[in-house]
Structure formats: C-alpha cells, structure tokens
Design a protein around this ligand. Structure first.
Ligand code: PLP
Length: 396
C-alpha cells in the first residue's frame, strides 16, 4: 500500500487521539529512521525518550530472539527467571529493595499511588490518602494519573476525577510545606518536568522535598518514567541530588522500545503490598523482562552514561551558539540529553520544516522544542541536527 493510502486508512480506523505527521516509518537503526518512501531522518525524538540505546540495538534484538524461542508468556502465578534477573539488576543499582513490574509509565504511577495509599492506610493513622503533586506535571492518562497530573487541559471532559490530589507550584518548598494537611500521605513529583517543558528545579529542591517528607512522615515518590534509564547522565535522575525516594516509577526506556514499566520501593514501604493487593497479567512478562535486562546491562556496561553527559554538554554549547543568532530563542536548558529550546513563539512550524529536511524533533507546551535523542548520539549527529535547525530558523 502507498503512503497516502495507508494514511487515509489509518485516519478511518484508528481513534483520533493523536495528531500525526504525514509520514509512515518503517525502519530504524541507531539514531536514524526511514519512512516508507526510503527517506532517512535523524531521530531526536527516540520514541519520546524511549529508544535510549538507539533503534534496533543488537543486544536487545538478540535478547528478544533468544527469549521468544524459549518462553513468551506464562503468568505471575509462577517464577520467571528473566523477571528475577531484572528485579535484581534494578535493586542492585538503586535505592530500592523490591520491584513491581507493569507495562507503561501510567501503570507504574498507578501502582505507586496505590502503594502509597495502602502503606498509609496501614501505617499512618489509617485516614491519610492525599498526595501533593506539582502544577505543570505529567504522570499519565489513566484516571488516577490524570488526576495526579497538574495540567488542567488533561482533566477537561473527564470529571469527576478521583480525589486525593492537591497541587502546588513546582520548585517551591514553602508552598509544599504549607499544603500538607492531616490527610497527606506523600509527595509525587518528576525530578525534571518532561512534558511540562523540561523544567529543571533548583539544585537543592529535591533535598528540600526529602527533608519536608522526613519531618512530616510523608512518602517521597519520584516519577522517573521520562528521566530515568540514563537520560540525565546518571542511571536515575535522583542520583544527581544525593537523596533517595521511598518509591520510584520508571517505564519508557526500560525496554528500549519493548513496553515495560516498573515501580521500585524500599522494603518498609513494599511490605504494604501482599498477594492480591495489586497485579498485572502482562507485567513482568518474559519477553519484556529479557529486553529490559539487555537494555539495563547495555546502558550500564557500554559507556552510554558517559556519552550522554559529554554529548549533552556539547549539544547545549551548540544550541547556545544558535541562541546568539536568533532572538526568537528565549532559553536553552538541559541535563544530560534531556534538552530544550524555549521559543518566544510557537514551535510547530520549526518542527514541520525540520521534518521536511530529515530531522525529527518534538514540541511540547506549544513553544518548547524538546530534544530527547538516543543516548548513543555522536557529535557528528548533533552538528547535523544543529545545522538543520540553523537553516530552518534562518528561513523563518
Ligand atoms: N510519567 C512521565 C513523567 C511521563 O513523561 C509519561 C509519558 O510521557 C508518563 C508518566 C506516562 O507514561 P506512559 O505513556 O508510558 O503511560
């Protein structure tokens, strides 16, 4: 079927929850993808911070191929070797003692909300259930995670939303402390707000949140769905801060494209979940676990974090050069390879023009260009991307 025909058919049979670009992608390798006409693109979207090791990474392909021959799915009624291996890898490389597996970021956050409530029910006077969340945050599209998301545009039309979520401005410790009530059981936040526009808080903010949680007996829950798995230059973003959460969620890059999510917690908090408390048919599925084991091992063994830190710095320097040339650029910011260019006006035209010139980038919040490339990106790739951006901005 030709590209136009495919797009016409898609627009008839797929629900219209996405505004899509008019290309059909058919192949990916490293930092590149190709469309159905054979056109090549440099991919700085990476499935929205998912393909951190690049497309078609040989170790992921090999792990999935090997696993698919042995066992694709059973059930959590039985022990599954790759699930145990992944849990051990995550526990050995984090603050956590135990892991719950699911299939997406929203599910990981849903699990975290349930664990926080269950823990509070059993340990904190029995009547605390409220989470303090941040304005401008994003935690997913299930009803509870929409309710925890601090952006009204995601709430509209879905009311009444589940109760128990209170909002304060991000990066404001006094507002957070003032919002604590006799119902509060925890604080849920992203270390860097991703969908909200790559908003990086002050350096000591997370330390301040930890301190408030400790003084008031609250759980600190970090949503590392977007910033985890090396995106900021450490395996987890909290590692930059010297503090540890009680609960953490991850997904996106955990399987480098294979759908998988996880919720990590300390032993004390994990004890609130017992058989029957929570479950997922596909969570911890052997194929997903094999892909994720390979993704975590590759990330930690092959110098990817070092490359992320070096290329993140290089990318910011190059973008700073563009900022000197174009007054339309309001700000440049980033941590590792989570990079943003904030514009005075809309970013949509730039995204479209870049697409035409073979560069995939993403615009969030209308005016913030977000760059979340594979962490294996090279200086040559970055030069090419910045060259295309330069051309497009000159034209506009
Ligand atoms: N949390 C954060 C911080 C995210 O960025 C996202 C997705 O963008 C989610 C949760 C939801 O993840 P998923 O789309 O896998 O449900």
């Amino acid at each position: 079927m030709q590209t136009e025909e495919l797009i016409q058919q898609a627009d008839k049979v797929i629900m219209g929850t996405y505004k899509r670009f008019p290309i059909v992608l058919v192949k990916g390798l490293g930092t590149r993808v190709w469309d159905s006409t054979g056109k090549e693109y440099l991919d700085l979207v990476a499935g929205i911070a998912v393909c951190n090791l690049g497309h078609s990474h040989p170790r992921i392909i090999e792990a999935i191929k090997k696993q698919v021959k042995n066992l694709t799915h059973v059930s959590n009624l039985y022990y599954i070797e790759p699930q145990i291996r992944l849990a051990k890898l995550l526990v050995d490389n984090s603050f956590a003692d135990r892991v719950f597996f699911c299939n997406s970021g929203a599910e990981a956050n849903e699990a975290a909300i349930k664990l926080a409530r269950k823990f509070a029910h059993e340990n904190l006077d029995g009547h605390k259930y409220e989470l303090i969340c941040m304005r401008n945050s994003f935690h997913g599209r299930t009803l509870a995670t929409v309710a925890a998301t601090g952006q009204e545009k995601f709430h509209k039309g879905f009311e009444p939303l589940p109760e128990g979520f209170r909002f304060v401005p991000f990066d404001d410790l006094s507002a957070l402390e003032e919002a604590i009530s006799d119902k509060t059981c925890g604080v849920l936040l992203e270390p860097i707000q991703g969908e909200g526009g790559v908003i990086i808080p002050s350096e000591d903010y997370l330390r301040g949140v930890r301190d408030i949680c400790d003084r008031h007996g609250l759980l600190m829950i970090l949503d590392e769905v977007q910033v985890g798995m090396g995106r900021t230059g450490h395996f987890f973003a909290y590692e930059h801060t010297g503090v540890k959460p009680d609960i953490l969620t991850m997904a996106k890059a955990l399987g480098n494209g294979f759908p998988v999510g996880a919720m990590l917690a300390t032993e004390k908090v994990s004890q609130a979940f017992v058989p029957g408390s929570h479950a997922s048919t596909f969570g911890g599925n052997p194929l997903a676990m094999a892909a994720a084991c390979a993704a975590v091992e590759t990330l930690l063994q092959e110098g990817i974090l070092e490359n992320c830190r070096a290329m993140g710095g290089y990318f910011l320097d190059q973008l700073a050069g563009l900022m000197k040339k174009y007054a339309t650029i309001k700000a440049i910011r980033g941590k590792g390879l989570m990079v943003a260019m904030e514009l005075h006006g809309s970013g949509e035209e730039i995204v479209l023009k870049c697409l035409k010139k073979g560069l995939l980038i993403n615009c969030t919040n209308g005016n913030i260009l977000r760059f979340v490339p594979p962490l294996i990106i090279s200086a040559g790739d970055i030069d090419q991307a910045v060259g295309i951006l330069d051309e497009v901005m000159r034209e506009i």
